[in-house]
Design a protein around this ligand. Structure first.
Ligand SMILES: Cc1cc2nc3c(=O)[nH]c(=O)nc-3n(C[C@H](O)[C@H](O)[C@H](O)COP(=O)(O)OP(=O)(O)OC[C@H]3O[C@@H](n4cnc5c(N)ncnc54)[C@H](O)[C@@H]3O)c2cc1C
Length: 444
C-alpha cells in the first residue's frame, strides 16, 4: 500500500524533471519567505513577489503578530467555539467579534466552521498540527543559525496565565489534553509564578507553563529572512502585485501577470498570499473559503529608569485572551500586547475599542503597565479557512499551481515547516509531514 502522503493527489502537479525550473512564489509573509528559501536551497530558480514595499511588509501579518511559536496550539475549530462565537456576535468588545452582515459567503463559511467544531475532527487536526509543530522549530532554528538572523528567539515555552482560581482546573485540563501528543507542561501556583516572574500582580492565581514552545520578535525574523534570500539567488520583487494568471486550455498555469502589464513565465506558481489567497486563487479557478480575522497589537518601550519587571517569556492571558510578548529590538526592551479576533470585510477602518481591549485585558495581570511608553500600534489579518486548517499542496486540475495558506492563528509557528514541505512537494518529493488532510481542493 502507498504511504498516505504518496497517495495524495498533489504529486500529479509536481515538478519532477530537472532542477533549474523557475518557480514564482506570491506573497512574502512567513509562509512565502520560507517556501522561497527552501525552494532556492533545492536548486530552483525562484522569484518572490509581494505587492508591498519592504517597510510595509515587516508590518504585515507575519511582522505584526504576537511572536509566540506555540507548537501544540489547537486550531480555531474546537468543540463549543462556534456557539460561543454566535453569542458574542453582536458585541464589539467580545474577544471574537463577527461583524453581522448579510453575506452568503460569510454564512456558508460560518456553517462549515460550525460543522467542524467537534472533538473527533479536532483529534484528526491535532495529529497533523503536532507533526508540523514538532518539526517547525527545528526548521526555523536551522534557518536562523544559517542566516545569522537575530530576532530575540528563545525556546522557553509560553505561559497560560490564569486570574481566577476556579479557572486553573480548566487551564490544567487543556494542558493535560496535549500530553498524548508529547507536550510537556508544569503548573505554577501564584507564589511560585511571582518568584519566577515578578511582573505578575498579587491577584494572579497561577499559570500553566507549556514548555516546548518559543517566542521571537517577528518583524525582525521576517525582515532577516527576506534579506537573506538574494544570497541564495532568489529574486525578491516588491511593489509587484499579481493580478492574473496565464493558463493553458487544460488549466495549467504558465505565468503570472502583474499590475502594470508585465508577464512573468513560470514552471510553477506557489500562492502564499495569506488572507488574499482566496481572491487570487479564484482568478485561476480555485476556491479556498477564507475569512480574515483581524487582530491588533500595541507596542511599548520600557523606560530607561525605574522600569517595571520584564516578563521572562511570552504568555496568553487565560480570561482575556491577550497575548503578551517581551521583545528586545535594536537594543530596546519592548513589550507587545496582541490579540482580539474580528471577522469582517477586509480593509474596514480600525475599531479603536478593540485596541483598548488589549490594555484593559492586561492591566489586572501585569505590574507597571502604566509606566511603559507607547511605541506603536498595528492591525493585520489572520487567514482563516472554514475548516480551521491550512491548505497546502498542488491544486488538482491546475498543473503548475500550488498553494500554502490558511494558517489562521498559527502561521508564524507553522510557516517555517510549511515552506519546507512546499518545496518538497514542488520538487516531487515526499513532504516532511502528511498533507493529505490539507489538500487545497478539499473545498470543491
Ligand atoms: C494579532 C495577531 C497575532 C498573531 N499571533 C500569532 C502568534 O503569536 N503565533 C503564530 O504562529 N501566529 C500568529 N498570528 C498569525 C500569523 O501572523 C499568520 O498566520 C501568518 O502571519 C500568515 O502568514 P502568511 O505568510 O500566510 O500571510 P501574510 O503574512 O499575510 O503574507 C501574505 C503576503 O501576500 C502579499 N500579497 C497579497 N496579495 C498579493 C498579490 N496580489 N500580489 C503580490 N503579493 C500579494 C501580501 O502583501 C502579504 O505580504 C497572529 C496574527 C495576528 C493578526
Amino acid at each position: 500500500m502507498l504511504h498516505p502522503v504518496m497517495a495524495a493527489p498533489q504529486f500529479s502537479t509536481s515538478l519532477t524533471e530537472g532542477l533549474r525550473k523557475h518557480v514564482v512564489v506570491v506573497g512574502a509573509g512567513i509562509v512565502g519567505a520560507s517556501t522561497a528559501w527552501h525552494l532556492a536551497r533545492k536548486g530552483f530558480d525562484v522569484t518572490l513577489l509581494d505587492r508591498e514595499v519592504p517597510a510595509a511588509l515587516s508590518d504585515g501579518a507575519s511582522g505584526g503578530n504576537a511572536g509566540l511559536l506555540s507548537i501544540g496550539h489547537y486550531p480555531l475549530t474546537r468543540p463549543g467555539v462556534s456557539w460561543r462565537g454566535l453569542k458574542w456576535m453582536f458585541s464589539r468588545t467580545a474577544p471574537l467579534y463577527i461583524k453581522p452582515r448579510l453575506d452568503r459567503e460569510l454564512v456558508s463559511w460560518l456553517w462549515n466552521f460550525h460543522l467542524h467544531c467537534n472533538q473527533r475532527y479536532l483529534d484528526r487536526c491535532m495529529e497533523v498540527l503536532c507533526a508540523m509543530g514538532w518539526q517547525t522549530l527545528e526548521v526555523l532554528e536551522h534557518m536562523l543559525a544559517e542566516e545569522r538572523i537575530s530576532c530575540d528567539y528563545a525556546r522557553d515555552g509560553w505561559l497560560d496565565v490564569v486570574m481566577k482560581p476556579e479557572n486553573m482546573a480548566h487551564a490544567e485540563a487543556e494542558a493535560r489534553s496535549l500530553e498524548k501528543f508529547g507536550y510537556r507542561w508544569e503548573r505554577l501556583d501564584g507564589e511560585a509564578l511571582r518568584r519566577r516572574d515578578p511582573c505578575f500582580t498579587a491577584e494572579v492565581a497561577g499559570a500553566i507553563h507549556m514548555k516546548d514552545s518559543a517566542h521571537c520578535a517577528p518583524n525582525d525574523l521576517i525582515a532577516g529572512l527576506i534579506r537573506a534570500l538574494p544570497r541564495h539567488g532568489v529574486k525578491v520583487r516588491f511593489d509587484a502585485t499579481v493580478r492574473a494568471f496565464r493558463q493553458t486550455r487544460s488549466g495549467a498555469v504558465t505565468a503570472v501577470e502583474l499590475e502594470g502589464g508585465e508577464t512573468i513565465p513560470a514552471d510553477a506558481v506557489v500562492l502564499c498570499a495569506g488572507v488574499w489567497s482566496d481572491a487570487l486563487g479564484r482568478l485561476a479557478g480555485v476556491r479556498i473559503p477564507m475569512q480574515g480575522a483581524r487582530g491588533y497589537h500595541l507596542q511599548f518601550d520600557y523606560p530607561a529608569n525605574d522600569a517595571p519587571p520584564v516578563p521572562s517569556t511570552g504568555m496568553v492571558l487565560h480570561e482575556t485572551f491577550v497575548a503578551i510578548t517581551p521583545m528586545l529590538r535594536d537594543g530596546r526592551q519592548q513589550l507587545r500586547l496582541a490579540g482580539t479576533l474580528e471577522i469582517g470585510p477586509l480593509g474596514q477602518p480600525w475599531m479603536p475599542e478593540r485596541l483598548g481591549m488589549l490594555v484593559k485585558g492586561s492591566h489586572p495581570y501585569l505590574r507597571g503597565l502604566d509606566a511603559l511608553q507607547p511605541a506603536g500600534e498595528w492591525a493585520g489579518y489572520r487567514p482563516c479557512t472554514s475548516d480551521g486548517m491550512p491548505a497546502i499542496g498542488g491544486v488538482r486540475g491546475r498543473k503548475g499551481l500550488f498553494m500554502a495558506t490558511g494558517h489562521a492563528m498559527m502561521g508564524m509557528t507553522l510557516g517555517p515547516v510549511t515552506g519546507k514541505a512546499m518545496a518538497e512537494i514542488v520538487a516531487g518529493e515526499k513532504p516532511c509531514f502528511d498533507v493529505s488532510m490539507l489538500d487545497p481542493a478539499r473545498f470543491g
